[in-house]
Design a protein around this ligand. Structure first.
Ligand code: SIN
Length: 350
């Protein structure tokens, strides 16, 4: 792991030092993304390189942080999150669990790219073994941009991580003044600074000018209540889509490659083109776990019983989108509940 650390209070007098030592201690783990991106000029918000600004520099432009928390900073990675890897997920989750097990760390903030943030957040939601706050944040504009959104998002993420009411809420995403649950949040815009939403259920709450308010609670199990663990081995699970004219070639190739599970991004209520459905049925009969989700972007997928699920051994993803369903399927296969009945229970629970 590429790690640098810092710990400073910026205090100058004895009373300042006493006040600072009473502040919560928050670990900020940087992984890259647009929040750490830089372009050649300040008006460029699309042609930039993600993940090139270091964590110390990100923190240095938010001096107000020193009044909120004692910051421990680590550069865990410097990636564009489109290139997120399973190995980096393992490193990140294990590092967070190690930090949160220490008495002198009160919470963690992860800076991340927006592109796969919802996947990383849900993975951590199910594998962090602590009720201390873990808050992900990001930015839609690079650090070099006019009106960069990263600094305020970072300030708000630390504000949420340092707040007593954030404990036990599972992994959170602080973005554009909203607080979302990792389970529900998805990226819904390619460019807007209000890029993250929680379709159907809405945000958990909001953060503004140091004030944190939660308006609802997460009801499904997570963190200490979840049965999943991060190991070094990830079951091979891929995603296929159903669309007009689709063939069975992709599914057959994945089965030949030895996948343990396939999530299908179906149309509407997770419905699947007949050609792909036959290929998935053949895969299921060979023991490959098949999960039906929807490409629609909101709503949920109902079990379709006699039409396919009961007969072919398919599982419904409920309200998880295909990318989050893949995360849950990998974790579920890793702990062993591999049959369709056990997997449906897992998807109905988490
Ligand atoms: C990334 O996901 O790393 C790049 C895009 C972004 O952060 O908005």
């Amino acid at each position: 792991m590429n790690t640098s650390t810092s710990s400073s209070t910026m205090s100058t007098t004895a009373s300042d030092a006493t006040a600072a030592s009473a502040l919560p201690r928050i670990a900020v783990l940087a992984t890259g993304g647009t929040i750490a991106g830089a372009a050649a000029d300040a008006t460029n918000t699309s042609g930039y390189q993600a993940g090139v600004v270091g964590v110390e520099q990100l923190l240095s432009v938010v001096p107000a942080l020193s009044a909120l928390a004692r910051i421990h900073a680590e550069q865990v990675a410097s990636v564009d999150s489109k290139d997120m890897t399973l190995a980096l997920w393992t490193t990140l989750a294990q590092r967070i669990n190690t930090l949160l097990a220490a008495d002198d760390i009160d919470g963690v903030v992860v800076t991340h790219g927006t592109d796969t943030l919802e996947e990383t957040a849900y993975l951590l939601h199910l594998t962090v073994k602590s009720d201390k706050p873990v808050v992900l944040t990001a930015a839609m504009r690079p650090a070099s941009a006019l009106s960069a959104d990263g600094p305020l998002n970072l300030l708000n993420a630390v504000t949420v991580a340092a707040h007593a009411n954030s404990r036990g809420q599972g992994v959170l995403v602080a973005f554009n003044n909203k607080i979302h649950s990792a389970r529900d949040v998805v990226k819904t815009s390619t460019y807007a600074v209000d890029a993250f939403q929680s379709p159907e259920v809405g945000a958990l709450g909001w953060v503004q000018d140091g004030r944190v308010e939660f308006q609802r609670q997460v009801v499904r199990p997570h963190t200490l209540g979840a049965e999943f663990f991060i190991g070094d081995k990830w079951p091979h699970v891929e995603i296929v889509a159903s669309y007009a004219g689709v063939s069975r070639i992709a599914v057959d190739a994945l089965v030949a490659a030895g996948v343990r599970g396939i999530v299908v991004a179906g149309t509407g209520n997770g419905s699947i083109h007949a050609s792909v459905q036959q290929a998935l049925a053949d895969a299921a009969s060979q023991g490959v776990a098949i999960v039906r989700s929807s490409r629609v972007g909101s709503g949920h997928v109902m079990r379709n019983g006699a039409a396919a699920d009961d007969v072919l051994g398919f599982v419904s993803a409920g309200s998880l989108n295909p990318y989050k369903a893949r995360v849950l399927l990998m974790l579920a296969l890793a702990v062993g509940g591999t049959g369709p009945v056990a997997l449906q229970k897992t998807f109905d629970t988490y």
